[in-house]
Structure formats: structure tokens, C-alpha cells
Design a protein around this ligand. Structure first.
Ligand code: OXD
Ligand code: MN
Length: 593
């Protein structure tokens, strides 16, 4: 094989986990089909109606294995302070001992799959390679959609270092024991990162971000550590291309916490005539400086792992069209003609289906047909609005960065930061009402700096400092402008003030104008908002009182917001950069002026 690190990784995993077989994945179509067939036979997958959704399958997990589990996710840095106050930490030696005992014999009776994969286009200077070892064929087929994987990666790996990830569902089989459709460990779950060693160990869960180690574990947690060391950025951001009616094009990256509409924004169909939005990525963005001093971004992934409920031909037609074939669905409903259904897909639910738990379901059922965090996994190349440059190894130049979250009050529809440092403060101040993407209470407001709270592989205070440092690595005119948006503000009667979806193109158009010096904007204590008439609302029928409320900046609420931030930032102690403290002070002063 020619890579000593890989040989050792495989050998050590084999000795530890004691699988029955080892399979090195070549990434071929034949391999994919054979694994799907095997999983249909074992009951893990149900083949969907090939006339309706060719080459597509449904998986149902167990009730307990439905989302990322942040409480079981660890950053095991040598020193606790380097994991910071927002991550779970455990002494690395202690954790390693624990993991060694859990993984011992954990693959007995199963096949151990070795998945070499590239995050990003093969050969791109922005891309990096990982190898996941897993005992889950569901993970293998998912990784084939979500990454570039198989032989072609081994061909470019040579003696380069890669990020190893060892994953086991933690359900060894006794000789003759029949497997269950969704093997996982009933109790013990660990998603562990050793940042100094750049290693990932994941035990007990077969679901999404816990098990597809290229995604959150590598492309965000470990990559954020690498990015800090090497002077680049690994971010929880979508990337979109936007073209104005004159044919000028720009690229924008946007960070929102999980299940806040990143996929919808990335694939948006503009309601503004003549505008076009194209998709580079919907979840993760790696940015490095190009020779011209600008930040260039790639989407390290090759597929979309999106939240299904709420996705419809109205909310996101491009996502639905992406899913028309070659897709995997997890925890959605199965209709009587063997297609998929989830809440929000159609206004009229089917009169009968099998729900995500495998039970009969009718519209009268008390339960949901699909789990709120049910997912689709689909190849990005199938997206009708995939950007021409989405696989460009050079990446795409970023003109603007957007932060946002779900805030039913206080935060206006959009504001721009005064400069980069203020923008870093704005990113650090991101907070959002929680969703079903992670287990835990829903709808609770939590601070989620840069939408990276569950994904930063080191001390979040140092991460703020890294962002500030990036701002000093080029000239201010080369840096993206920074924005904060809130599509989710509600009026007094609890109704949404802004329709969102395609209408968000109006907000993007203002960003486009600002980054081209074609809009003046209006200064407020919190940042720059569109000056009167700058937000194009033509043909929209937005009630004037909604517009007023969308941009109202209530000083009292903002003083409370600043107070809440001051309190929150205390958790970072002396790792909170002075410049962030200065920005907070500046905000307070402007609010009290
Ligand atoms: C995701 C998440 O799956 O953020 O993208 O949870
Ligand atoms: Mn995400």
C-alpha cells in the first residue's frame, strides 16, 4: 500500500477490534451496490420504488440513535484549558484506556471497512485526506455519497499524513447470532477527538455526525485545529454563488447553527427577478488565502446530509430535485407505494404509511411520520443549481460572510459589521434557539459562537483570537465583509415577520450591493442596516409595520443582550481576546450614547 501510517492504522484496528473480515473500500459503483444489496437482505435498508426513486434506500435507526450527541462528544487535548469551557474534556490517557477497553473485540462477527477519503477535490491545496475504519456498511455507503472516497484517494495519498478515524457501532456478534437492522450500543456512546494527535475515535452510534467521521469530527473539529496551526479556516458554513441581473457573480459563505436553513439558503430560488443563486456547499467551508490575498473556499464534502422534515417543492425545490435518485433516507416515513414522506413534504399527508419507527401511521396518529432530525443523503452533483466551480481545486473567492441564528426577537433582519474585528465580535455573539439536530431540549436560546459551539476542536477563546489573526493576514480591502441575519423574528402575535426562503434573495442583493460599494447603508449602534429604500421589496407585499419591526433596534433589549454576552464571555477567562472585550465595550458605549 505504501503508506506506513495506513498499514499501522489497519493492523492496530484489526488487532484491537477483532473483525471477521477486512474490506478496503475501492469506492466503485459495484461495491456500493453490493453493500446496499447486503443491507437490504439484513433489514438495514429498504429499497424504494425504483420507478419513483431509482437506486434509493430508506434506513431506520433505533429510537435512541437519532442525532448528534453533544454530551458524549469529547475534545481530549493534553491540557483541559486547550479544550476550553465549551467542550467536554477528559484526560487523554484516561480516555484512551476507556476506548481501548470499549473497542476491544467490538467488531467481532462483523466486517471492518477501511474508507480512504478526501475532504475536498482530490489534489486541491485546500483539501485534506482522512481514513475512516468502521464496522458499519451504512457508514460506508453514506461516506461514498458525502466524500470522494476509495482507490483514487489511496492513489494520491502516497506517504502523506492523513487523519485517522476509528468507528464501531459497538455491537459485536456472537457466532451464529442474528444481526439487528440498526446495530448500535444501547448505552455507551463516545465521540472522541485527540486534537494534538489529530485522531478521531467514535463508539456506539451509527448516526450522522457521530458516525460519518469526515463531516463534523474531521472537517470541523480536527480541521479547526489544523487550520489554526496552519493559518486557514474550517467553518460551519454554506457557500453560495450569486449572480446579479447584469451577470456579475460573487460568492458568499454563511454560518448558522444546525437545522437553521443552511441547505435552503445554499439552494435558494431568488424571488428577485434576474438574480441567480448557485450552490457550492451547504454545511462546511474550508478557506485558505489565495495568491491575491483573498480568502478562497472549498466545500470539503461531496454530498448533502440535510434535514428532511420541512423540505418541499415550495421551501426548497432544488433539494427535492437533488433527491430524485441515488439517495439514502434515514428515519423518514415509507409510503404504501414505497416512496418517502415527511412532515411538510406535501400539504396533504398520505392516508397511510409506515412511520420512522416501522409502525403503521395515518394522519390521525399522534406521532410524527418522520423523526424531526430525519435526514437525506444525496450526491451534490445531482443538485440542479450546483455551481460550475464547486469542484474547482482553487476554491471560490469569498466576498461576504454571514452569521445568523433563530431569534424570535431583538435581532434585526440584517446588519453589517463596521469592520473585520467588529465582525469577529458579531460572529462570537451568535446565539440561536435549539433544534432537533442534537439531542436535548428544543427551542432554548443558547450562545453558539460562529455556529461552531459543538464543532470547535479547541478553546473557543483561542478560536476568536484565530479569527482576529486571520484579519491581520491580508489587507482590509481583501477581507470579506461580515453580516448578521435573522430570518426568524416574530411579531407581537407570534407570526413570522419575514417570509424567508426565496425572499431572502432581497437580503443577499443588499449584501451584493454593499460589497460592490453600491449601497450606502445606515449606521446604528449595533452595525449598518440598509438605508431607506435600499432593500428591494418590490412585488413582495410586505406590510410596512413588518418592515419597521424587522429593523427595529430596541436599545433596552440590546443592552440586555450585551449584558448577557458580557456574562457569557466570562467563561473564557483570560483566553478571551482583548479585542473582543474592546468590541463589547464599544457596543455598550454606542447603546448608552
Ligand atoms: C449537521 C448538523 O448535520 O449541523 O449538519 O447537525
Ligand atoms: Mn451542520
Amino acid at each position: 500500500m505504501g503508506n506506513a501510517q495506513l498499514d499501522k492504522f489497519i493492523q492496530d484496528a484489526k488487532e484491537l477490534c477483532q473483525p471477521s473480515r477486512v474490506h478496503i473500500c475501492d469506492g466503485s459503483q459495484e461495491e456500493y451496490e453490493a453493500l446496499c444489496k447486503q443491507m437490504v437482505a439484513s433489514g438495514t435498508l429498504t429499497e424504494l420504488n425504483p420507478k419513483k426513486r431509482p437506486n434509493s434506500f430508506l434506513a431506520r435507526s433505533t429510537k435512541e440513535d437519532v442525532a448528534r450527541i453533544e454530551g458524549c462528544t469529547y475534545i481530549c487535548s493534553e491540557k483541559q484549558i486547550d479544550a476550553g469551557p465549551t467542550n467536554n474534556w477528559c484526560d487523554p490517557a484516561e480516555m484512551r484506556a476507556k476506548l481501548l477497553s470499549l473497542f476491544k473485540g467490538s467488531m467481532r462477527g462483523r466486517t471492518m471497512y477501511v474508507i480512504p477519503y478526501s475532504m475536498g477535490p482530490l489534489g486541491s491545496k485546500i483539501a485534506h485526506i482522512g481514513v475512516e475504519i468502521t464496522d458499519s456498511p451504512y457508514v460506508v455507503v453514506s461516506m461514498r455519497i458525502m466524500t470522494r472516497m476509495g482507490k483514487e484517494v489511496l492513489d494520491v495519498l502516497n506517504n502523506e499524513r492523513f487523519v485517522p478515524g476509528l468507528h464501531s457501532v459497538g455491537a459485536p456478534l456472537q457466532p451464529g447470532e442474528k444481526d439487528v437492522p440498526w446495530p448500535c450500543h444501547p448505552k455507551e456512546k463516545y465521540i472522541v477527538h485527540f486534537p494534538e494527535k489529530r485522531e478521531i475515535w467514535s463508539f456506539g452510534s451509527g448516526y450522522g455526525g457521530n458516525a460519518l467521521l469526515g463531516k463534523k469530527c474531521f472537517a470541523l473539529r480536527i480541521a479547526s485545529v489544523m487550520a489554526r496551526e496552519q493559518g486557514w479556516m474550517a467553518e460551519h458554513m454554506l457557500i453560495l454563488g450569486i449572480t446579479n441581473p447584469q451577470g456579475e457573480k460573487k460568492y458568499i459563505a454563511a454560518a448558522f447553527p444546525s437545522a437553521c436553513g443552511k441547505t435552503n439558503l445554499a439552494m435558494l430560488t431568488p424571488t428577485l427577478p434576474g438574480w441567480k443563486v448557485e450552490t457550492v456547499g451547504d454545511d462546511i467551508c474550508w478557506m485558505k488565502f489565495g495568491p491575491d490575498g483573498r480568502l478562497y473556499a472549498i466545500n470539503p464534502e461531496a454530498g448533502f446530509f440535510g434535514v428532511a422534515p420541512g423540505t418541499s417543492m415550495q421551501s426548497n425545490p432544488n433539494a427535492l430535485l437533488t433527491l430524485k435518485e441515488n439517495s439514502l433516507f434515514t428515519n423518514v416515513g415509507l409510503t404504501d407505494d414505497k416512496d418517502v414522506w415527511w412532515e411538510g413534504l406535501t400539504s396533504q399527508p398520505p392516508s397511510h404509511l409506515i412511520d420512522w419507527l416501522g409502525q403503521d401511521w395515518t394522519p390521525n396518529s399522534n406521532e410524527k411520520a418522520a423523526h424531526p432530525n430525519a435526514r437525506f443523503t444525496a450526491p451534490a452533483a445531482q443538485c440542479p443549481v450546483i455551481d460550475r466551480a464547486w469542484q474547482d481545486p482553487r476554491g471560490v473567492p469569498i466576498s461576504a460572510i454571514i452569521f445568523g441564528g433563530r431569534r424570535s426577537s431583538v435581532v434585526p433582519l440584517i446588519y453589517e459589521s463596521f469592520d473585520w474585528n467588529h465582525g469577529v465580535f458579531v460572529g462570537a455573539s451568535t446565539s440561536s434557539e435549539t433544534t432537533a439536530a442534537a439531542s436535548g431540549e428544543m427551542g432554548k436560546l443558547r450562545h453558539d459562537p460562529f455556529a461552531m459551539l459543538p464543532f470547535c476542536g479547541y478553546n473557543m477563546g483561542d478560536y476568536f483570537a484565530h479569527w482576529l489573526k486571520i484579519g491581520g493576514m491580508t489587507t482590509p480591502d481583501k477581507l470579506p465583509k461580515i453580516y448578521y441575519v435573522n430570518w426568524f423574528r416574530k411579531g407581537k402575535n407570534g407570526e413570522w415577520l419575514w417570509p424567508g426562503f426565496g425572499e431572502n434573495s432581497r437580503v443577499l442583493a443588499w449584501i451584493f450591493a454593499r460589497t460592490s460599494n453600491r449601497a450606502k447603508g445606515q449606521k446604528t449602534p449595533i452595525g449598518i442596516i440598509p438605508a431607506e429604500g435600499e432593500l428591494n421589496l418590490e412585488g413582495m407585499n410586505l406590510p410596512p409595520e413588518n418592515l419597521k419591526e424587522l429593523f427595529s433596534i430596541d436599545l433596552k433589549s440590546w443592552r440586555e443582550e450585551a449584558e448577557g454576552l458580557r456574562k457569557y464571555f466570562e467563561i473564557f477567562g483570560d483566553r478571551l481576546p482583548e479585542k473582543i472585550k474592546a468590541e463589547l465595550k464599544g457596543l455598550e458605549e454606542r447603546l448608552n450614547a
